[in-house]
Each structure stands twice: as C-alpha cells, then as structure tokens.
Write a protein that binds this ligand. Structure first.
Ligand SMILES: [Zn+2]
Length: 317
C-alpha cells in the first residue's frame, strides 16, 4: 500500500493465520485498505512504518509493526483489524503513557476504527459505541483521573467510549480541515516523544488558533453527561417563522443536529457544532424557514451521544 503519495513510500501489509479461521483471508486486504484511509484521511498522516503483520493469535492487541488478533469467526473482522492497526500512531509513533492516560491512545483507536469501519464496510457500524448508555453513571469518571486508578467498567468508559465521543465532537467542532491541521502538527511535534494531556490540549489550542478550554474542561476534567432536548417549537407573537428551542440538559457540550419536516412536506437538516454552548448558554433558539409551519422535529444523530432520547422528537398536535 502506498502510504505517502508525495514520495511513493509503501508499507508491506501481511496476515499470518490459521487457514481454519474463516475471517482471516480478508484481513490483510482490510488492514491495507484501513492503512490507506489512515494515511490519507484519519488521522491523515502517512503510516509511519515499512511493514505490519496481522497475526492470528488469541487476543485483540497492538504491538509495533504487529497485531495479535483472535479470529472473530463468521463476524466481520473490519473493526477489530482497523482498531489494532490504528494503534500504530498511538501509542507507538507517539509515545503515549497508556498506563496513566489510556484515552490518549485507546480513545483515538476507537475514534479511527469507528469512522474508518463505517467507510470500509459502507454500513454505519462504527458509531459512538454505547457511550449514551454509560454517560452520567457513576462509572463515567472525568478523563483526567489516571487510568491506573480505574478498574473494570470505569476504565473501559474512560479509555474508549467517552474519549471517542469527545474526539467526534471535536472533529465536528473544528471541521475536517482545521482538525487535520491540528492532528498533523500534534504528530509532527510529538512523534518519538511522550506527550501528556496538556501537550495535547496546548497543541490543539495553538494550531487551531482557538482557545478550546471551554471544550476540554467539561469533556476531560469534569463529571457530566450529554443530553439535549427539544424544549419547545413555537411561533413568537407577530413573527413570520417558527422557532425551535433546544435545551442543553446535560453538562457535556455536543452538536445540535435537527431533521425538520414542514407542513408542505418539505424537509430541512439543521446542524450547529458544539460551540453554540461555548459561553455557558443552556438554551439555543433556532429559527426555521420563513412562512413555513413545522410539522415535526427530530433531534440527534448516531454520532452524537445523548443519554435521554425521549425528548428528541416533537410532533405538531
Ligand atoms: Zn485498543
């Protein structure tokens, strides 16, 4: 697989497996296609090593230039393969201290494999990995709590699903171009070194040209959960358009994504990134199309965590 179009540099990708493993004949191809997406899209940084072998062992575990993955039998091996191969960037190219800050590598591996698996399979299978169900429980602790102090479910949420959702929110917040610029700079500055959380926050603040502390603080330092709800849909006195009020009921800032259907059958998708909550607002008012009457509203998206979806649908009485 060509991993750097500017130089033509290639990575040799292979799989070594028990021929009785039904999923494994596809695995080298999946790893190579995943590496292509890693090199060109997310993280969008040329794969750093000249070869990688996916070994059909008994685990799901990353090593430098090698992966030890058990067969998943008749299930699709894409997510597992891409996840372990993506670890090449974190914690190997970037010397992440996984013992203390597992979200600095497992969170990214989850983020990459979720989006890349969706792209490779053409089916939305990656997703936010159940964070909506775990968020806000007493196992959902602030990410800055050191991983070595966490066990079981709390370790899993803090290492994998909550940071994955934080990074999804960050991608939506910055847009791909700025997100990618921050990622490349973070990697260029810290590859072969040992970044700690503040190196991550500071690099992204610096390169994005934005002070993102309002975002880092709730997502990484504080307790909280994501929950938006539709507070009301109404036309103000004398107004010529309906207004949808979205309430931020949870502490974590997430994007507003709305599918609006009007009386005349037309539809509209409305999206605001998490910066609508930047200044501490708890209600965001969204104006709909002039002259049209809203018939129904659906709030949310599969890549936006939300602990309570009962308040995400509104229908005109
Ligand atoms: Zn992992």
């Amino acid at each position: 697989m060509v991993v750097d179009a500017s130089t033509g540099r290639r990575t040799f990708v292979s799989a070594a497996y028990d021929t009785k493993s039904p999923d494994y004949p596809r695995v080298a191809r999946i790893a190579a296609d995943g590496i292509h997406l890693m090199s060109t899209w997310l993280p969008g940084y040329p794969f750093p090593y000249p070869c990688i072998t996916v070994f059909n062992g008994n685990d799901g575990m990353e090593y430098p230039m090698m992966v030890n993955d058990a067969s998943v039998g008749d299930r699709d091996p894409t997510g597992l393969t891409v996840h372990e191969v993506a670890h090449t960037y974190f914690p190997f190219m970037m010397g992440i201290n996984e013992q203390e800050y597992a979200w600095m590598d497992e969170g990214w591996a989850n983020f990459f494999d979720g989006l890349l698996t969706d792209s490779l399979t053409g089916r939305p299978t990656g997703g936010g990995r159940g964070y909506s169900f775990a968020a806000g429980t007493d196992s959902d602790v602030p990410l800055m709590v050191r991983s070595s102090l966490l066990r079981g479910r709390a370790y899993g949420i803090a290492s994998y699903s909550r940071p994955q959702n934080a990074y999804l929110t960050l991608l939506d917040l910055l847009g791909y171009e700025t997100f990618h610029r921050c990622m490349v700079a973070y990697m260029d500055r810290w590859k072969g070194k040992h970044p700690i959380p503040y190196d991550f926050f500071n690099t992204w603040n610096d390169v994005s040209g934005q002070n993102l502390d309002w975002f880092w603080k709730p997502w990484f330092f504080e307790w909280g959960h994501p929950d938006l709800g539709i507070q009301s849909v109404a036309r103000p006195e004398g107004g010529d358009r309906d207004v949808i009020a979205i309430e931020k009921k949870g502490h974590l800032p997430v994007p507003i994504h709305l599918e609006v259907t009007y009386d005349d059958g037309s539809t509209e998708t409305i999206h605001f990134n998490a910066s609508v909550w930047k200044s501490g607002e708890t209600v965001s008012s969204i104006e709909c199309q002039k002259g049209k009457t809203v018939k129904s509203v659906h709030l949310g998206d599969r890549n936006i965590p939300d602990t309570d979806r009962k308040n995400n649908t509104w229908n005109k009485a």
